[in-house]
Design a protein around this ligand. Structure first.
Ligand code: HEM
Length: 118
């Protein structure tokens, strides 16, 4: 089976994406960035990205990660904060720890496109 199946399929992924962004909107380290963002749109695009990266039946159709995040001058601490929001969201959805880690591992390479400041 795919990581997509192990995560519990599309509905679970949509819940995770939605909750991750709600948490990021509350987190002191990241809330300013998301303050004026179209959360409904980001939730949809993040769902597609997570689905695709987990070998699910989706094609990400959003903006390239670097282009999108580069102007925000994002730090490693902020990147880690979003990853922690994602981990909390997966925990709340009762996704097994080992499955959580497989998804995180596939997102780790995005670090170099997203973080442009130390
Ligand atoms: C694993 C890390 C991350 C992933 C996978 C990710 C993914 C995404 C995706 C898929 C979108 C929507 C793209 C689109 O609308 O076409 C997005 C938008 C956005 N991301 Fe991230 N992101 C990450 C980290 C971060 C961090 C650390 C911040 C800032 C603290 C951040 C701030 C934003 C903001 C503000 C938007 C909305 C931009 C806009 O609509 O103009 N992201 N991200």
């Amino acid at each position: 089976g795919t990581l997509f199946d192990d995560l519990g399929g599309m509905e679970k992924i949509q819940n995770v994406a939605s909750r991750t962004l709600d948490l990021a909107l509350k987190d002191e380290l990241t809330r300013e960035n998301f303050r004026f963002a179209n959360m409904k749109n980001i939730k949809e695009k993040l769902s597609l990205m997570l689905c695709e990266v987990a070998d699910g039946p989706c094609v990400y159709d959003g903006a390239p990660m670097k282009e999108l995040h580069d102007p925000m001058d994002i730090t490693t601490s902020q990147f880690n904060a979003v990853v922690e929001s994602l981990q909390q969201a997966m925990r709340e959805e009762k996704i097994p720890f080992s499955v959580q880690n497989r998804l995180i591992a596939r997102l780790a390479p995005l670090h170099s496109d997203i973080v442009t400041v130390r």
